[in-house]
Design a protein around this ligand. Structure first.
Ligand code: SAM
Length: 291
């Protein structure tokens, strides 16, 4: 969360990039080369080619995705909600500029349309060029996809009873993503969903972002009758274990028969769907404690 782009090295010296995940902890990757480095209206953007993670997208010094492990995050943020809703037809993705989430969403036969609202057009352009396997649905202008470059907070504010499933594939709660982690935003998400709709947001590390996870769980529970945190192991992210939080108006993942899973999954399957909902003791305590 606290970080800045930090690429160190020189002629004859190894090049490393570090994400400062807390004030006292960093993840450093030895890199082969910097493929892109620039600045948009919203953030610093870099794509580096690293030895362990392959090509990686880095925004304001924070590792967003890598070709090595991106399938875990993108399958889990997309298929858990889409396999909980019995017939998701209209889906909204907020953020997700690398295209990995919409790549997964369009695989669902029931989905007719996916609207993606990403604030930063340069993230989309850079991903199309340097992360072709992740951004394939963007590059090919998939017929189900409608991409808008704009602010997801404003879009949510204007939408009413429109979507079956909303996926908030956002960066950290700093910069343009800050307002995506607020009670007001969740009120707008509730309003933008149909009467049986549900949403999911990536909600960071259960080791290093406990107060954020607790606050979001409280805010979402105050609005939605069903709130569910679920987990996935993602090596690129702080602590290697990542939280997602679902707010649902009607469908409870534990109670629903797993809906049809598209072919070609690398992480997600019916057993993972059930398993990811079971939380270790320390995470259950974070969610219910009053402190
Ligand atoms: N998988 C990633 C992670 O957990 O780190 C998130 C990936 S995706 C690149 C996050 C995207 O959210 C970024 O491209 C960023 O520009 C976008 N974003 C941030 N704030 C936004 C907003 N208010 N509206 C729409 N998109 C936003």
């Amino acid at each position: 969360m606290t970080s800045y782009t930090n690429i160190r090295g020189g002629i004859g010296v190894d090049l490393w990039i570090t994400e400062y995940q807390t004030a006292d902890l960093g993840l450093s990757c030895r890199i082969k080369e910097t493929l892109f480095s620039g600045k948009s209206e919203f953030q610093d953007i870099a794509v580096v080619d690293s030895h362990e993670f392959g090509r990686m997208l880095v925004l304001d010094g924070v590792f967003q995705t890598s070709v090595f492990d991106e399938y875990i995050y993108h399958e889990m943020i997309a298929h858990v909600p889409l396999c909980t809703h019995p017939e998701p037809k209209k889906v909204l993705v907020i953020g997700g500029g690398d295209g990995g989430t919409v790549r997964e969403v369009v695989k669902h036969r029931s989905v007719n349309s996916v609207k993606m609202v990403e604030i930063d057009g340069l993230v989309v352009d850079v991903s199309k060029k340097f992360l072709p396997e992740i951004s394939i649905a963007l590059r090919e202008n998939h017929p189900k996809l409608d991409l808008t470059i704009g602010d997801g907070i404003q879009h949510m504010h204007d939408a009413e009873s429109e979507y079956d499933v909303i996926i908030v594939d956002c960066s950290d709660p700093i910069g343009p993503g800050e307002g995506l982690f607020t009670y007001q935003f969740y009120k707008d998400v509730y309003k933008a969903l149909k009467p049986d709709g549900l949403f999911v947001q990536q909600t960071e590390s259960p080791f290093y972002h406990q107060s954020l996870i607790k606050r979001l769980y409280k805010d979402i529970s105050a609005l939605f009758p069903i709130t569910q945190v679920y987990l996935a192991s993602i090596p690129l992210y702080p602590g290697g274990l990542h939280c997602f939080t679902m707010g649902s108006k009607k469908y409870r993942p534990q109670d629903e028969p797993v809906q049809e899973i598209p072919d070609g999954m690398k992480y997600f399957n019916p057993a993972v769907y059930q398993a990811c909902l079971n939380l270790p003791e320390f995470i259950q305590k974070i969610l219910v404690s009053n402190s």
